[in-house]
Design a protein around this ligand. Structure first.
Ligand code: NDP
Ligand code: 2IT
Length: 451
C-alpha cells in the first residue's frame, strides 16, 4: 500500500518555489491556479494519489537553444531561444511565440502552464506550449527580423510538427514573422503542413485569426454582462496596449456601442475623452503595427487627447477595464482604483496582466472578472480552427468562423459558470476557469496512468 503524501497548499507552493528558483512569473501562475485547485480536489482522492497538479506544474520539457544572426552592419548577434512543451494530455502542444527583451524561461514557463488550462477551456483538442526569444524586434530592419526568424526556426523545426507542437504569434510575433518562420520550416523540411497558425491567407491561414483574441475578450465580456441583464451600450472602457489584442478589443467594444478612452504602450498611455473611434483605431493599427510608431504620437494626430508618460491607464474612471498589453501590468493599487471608481467588469486580453494582489482585490469586490485563460482564449481557439482547416485542406467562410468563435466563447463562459458559480448573484470566473481547465486535462492524465 503506497503511503500517500497529502501536502497542503503551502507545502505544495514551497516545493514549487524550491524547484523553480528565480522564476517568479512561473511561481505566480502556479500559485493562482493552485489556490482554486486545492479546494476542488480536497475530497477527490485520485487527483492527490496520482499527483496530478504536481505533474502539470512540471513542464514535459523545456528546450533551450542558441540563435545566431547577423545584423545589417555585419555584427554577429547571439540570442537565446526556447520552446516550453508543458502538457500534451488532450492534444498536441499549442501556443504562441514571443519575441521581447524581457523574455526569460520563467515567463515562457508561466505562459505554457496557463496555455494548458486555456486550451482545455476552448473545448478543442490542444495541449499547452509556448516559445520565444529575448530578441528585441524594436528598431530592427525587416531583413534583420527575417534573418532572426530563419535562424530561430533552423533549430526550432526539429521540435515541432503539425501533430506534435504548433506554434503561433504572441508579443512581437505577427503575420510577418510567422511568414518568415513558415518559409524557413518549409525550406528545411520540404513539407507544407499546418505546423504554424496565424499564417497569411494565401498559404493556409484562417480568416479572423488576427481579430480573434481581442474580439473574443469582448464577446466574453458581453456574456458576463448579459448575466446581469446588461450590454456594452454607453459603457466606457480603459484599454492597455496598442498591439494586436488591444486594437481588436477596442474595435469590437466600439462596434457593440461602447466608448474606448485609453490605449497604451511601454512608454505610457493616451487618454482621449472624446473616444477612440474606428478611424482612430485604424490609425493606431497602421501606425503601430506597420510603422512601429509610438502611441504618444496619437496626440499629434488627434487633438484633445493627452499622453501620460510612464503610466498605466487604470486610474482613469471607467465602467470596464481591458488589460491587453503584458503580464503584471495591473497591480494591487490599480485594482483598488478601478473598484473605487466604479468599474464593474474586467476582461483580460493579455496573459496574467493582474498580479496576485490585484486578483485578490478584484475578487473581493465581487465585480465581473474574466481571467486571461478564459477571456483571451478566442485567439488560440481560431488557431485550432486553422489547424482543422489545414488538415481538412479547406477554408471556412468568414461568417462561419465568426459564429464558431462566438459559440466557443459562449461555451467557455458556460464552463466557467459551471465551476465558478457558488452564489446566485456572483460567479468566480477565475475559480471556474481554473477548475474547468484542470478537470479536463487531469481526467485525460488519469486515463494514461503514470506517464
Ligand atoms: P503585440 O506585440 O501586438 O502588442 C503588445 C502591446 O503590449 C504593445 O502595445 C506593447 O507596447 C505592449 N507591451 C508589451 N510589453 C510591455 C511592457 N513590458 N510594458 C508595457 N507595455 C508592453 O502583442 P499582442 O497584442 O499579441 O499581445 C498582448 C498580450 O495578449 C500578451 O499578454 C499576449 O500574451 C496576449 N495574447 C495574445 C494573443 C494573440 O493572439 N496575439 C492570444 C492571447 C493572448 P510596446 O510596443 O511599447 O512594446
Ligand atoms: O496566448 C495565446 O493564447 C496566444 N498567444 C495564441 C496562441 C495560439 O496558438 O494561437
Amino acid at each position: 500500500m503506497a503511503i500517500i503524501d497529502h501536502v497542503d497548499f503551502n507545502g505544495f507552493m514551497e516545493g514549487v518555489k524550491r524547484r523553480n528558483p528565480y522564476q517568479p512569473e512561473f511561481v505566480q501562475a502556479v500559485h493562482e491556479v493552485a489556490e482554486d485547485i486545492f479546494d476542488f480536489i480536497e475530497d477527490k482522492e485520485q487527483y492527490h494519489e496520482q499527483q496530478i497538479l504536481r505533474r502539470m506544474a512540471e513542464p514535459d520539457r523545456v528546450i533551450s537553444f542558441r540563435v545566431c544572426w547577423e545584423d545589417d552592419n555585419g555584427n554577429i548577434r547571439v540570442q537565446r531561444g526556447w520552446r516550453v512543451q508543458n502538457n500534451n494530455a488532450i492534444g498536441p502542444y499549442k501556443g504562441g511565440i514571443r519575441f521581447h527583451p524581457a523574455v526569460t524561461e520563467s515567463v515562457l514557463k508561466f505562459l505554457a502552464f496557463e496555455q494548458t488550462f486555456k486550451n482545455a477551456l476552448t473545448g478543442l483538442p490542444m495541449g499547452g506550449g509556448k516559445g520565444g526569444s529575448n530578441f528585441n524586434p524594436k528598431g530592427k530592419s525587416v531583413r534583420e527580423i527575417m534573418r532572426f526568424c530563419q535562424s530561430f526556426m533552423t533549430e526550432l523545426y526539429r521540435h515541432i510538427g503539425a501533430d506534435t507542437d504548433i506554434p503561433a504569434g504572441d508579443i512581437g510575433v505577427g503575420g510577418r514573422e510567422i511568414g518568415f518562420m513558415f518559409g524557413q520550416y518549409k525550406r528545411i523540411t520540404g513539407q507544407f503542413t499546418g505546423v504554424l497558425t496565424g499564417k497569411g491567407l494565401e498559404y493556409g491561414g484562417s480568416l479572423i485569426r488576427t481579430e480573434a483574441t481581442g474580439y473574443g475578450a469582448v464577446y466574453f465580456l458581453s456574456e458576463m454582462l448579459a448575466t446581469k441583464g446588461e450590454d456594452l451600450h454607453g459603457k466606457t472602457a480603459v484599454i492597455s496596449g496598442s498591439g494586436n489584442v488591444a486594437t481588436h478589443a477596442a474595435e469590437k467594444f466600439v462596434q457593440l456601442g461602447g466608448k474606448v478612452l485609453t490605449l497604451s504602450d511601454s512608454g505610457g498611455f493616451i487618454h482621449d475623452p472624446a473616444g477612440i473611434t474606428q478611424d482612430k483605431i485604424d490609425w493606431v493599427k497602421a501606425h503601430k503595427t506597420h510603422r512601429r510608431g509610438r502611441i504618444e504620437e496619437y496626440c499629434e494626430a488627434f487633438k484633445g487627447a493627452e499622453f501620460h508618460p510612464g503610466k498605466t491607464p487604470w486610474h482613469v474612471p471607467c465602467d470596464i477595464a481591458l488589460p491587453c498589453a503584458t503580464q503584471n501590468e495591473l497591480l494591487g493599487d490599480d485594482a483598488r482604483a478601478l473598484v473605487a471608481n466604479g468599474c464593474s467588469a474586467v476582461s483580460e486580453g493579455a496573459n496574467m496582466p493582474t498580479d496576485l494582489e490585484g486578483v485578490h482585490v478584484i475578487k473581493a469586490a465581487k465585480i465581473l472578472y474574466a481571467p486571461g485563460k478564459a477571456a483571451n482564449a478566442g485567439g488560440v481557439a481560431v488557431s485550432g480552427l486553422e489547424m482543422s482547416q489545414n488538415s481538412g485542406r479547406r477554408a471556412w467562410k468568414e461568417d462561419e468562423l465568426q459564429q464558431m468563435l462566438k459559440d466557443i466563447m459562449s461555451g467557455i463562459h458556460a464552463r466557467c459558470m459551471e465551476y465558478g458559480q457558488r452564489e446566485a448573484s456572483y460567479c468566480d470566473y477565475v475559480k471556474g476557469a481554473n477548475i474547468a481547465g484542470f478537470k479536463k486535462v487531469a481526467d485525460a492524465m488519469l486515463a494514461f496512468g503514470v506517464v
